[in-house]
Design a protein around this ligand. Structure first.
Ligand SMILES: [Zn+2]
Length: 78
């Protein structure tokens, strides 16, 4: 029992395949250094933080889909 596992599954999986990587900068969500840049907003943000934020802020399934779409870059499947 020495290893902890997350008990809060995240239903949100963002496709940030095309997310840029930059120098370490404070994540807009948690404030810890992040290399990953939001592909939509171009701000330092952990992918996991964005997924957690969406999970926490979605009011219902429709809103969840809206938030996921809003945080997923378009045109990735060319
Ligand atoms: Zn973060």
């Amino acid at each position: 029992m020495s290893h902890a596992t997350s008990v809060v599954p995240s239903p949100v999986i963002l496709d940030w395949t095309h997310a840029a990587i930059g120098p370490l900068a404070p994540c807009v969500c948690c404030g810890k250094p992040a290399l990953c840049r939001s592909p939509v907003k171009d701000v330092p943000c952990h992918k996991h933080c964005a997924e957690t934020w969406i999970t926490q802020h979605a009011r219902d399934a429709g809103h969840l889909a809206q938030l996921i779409a809003a945080h997923t870059p378009r045109g990735g499947g060319r």
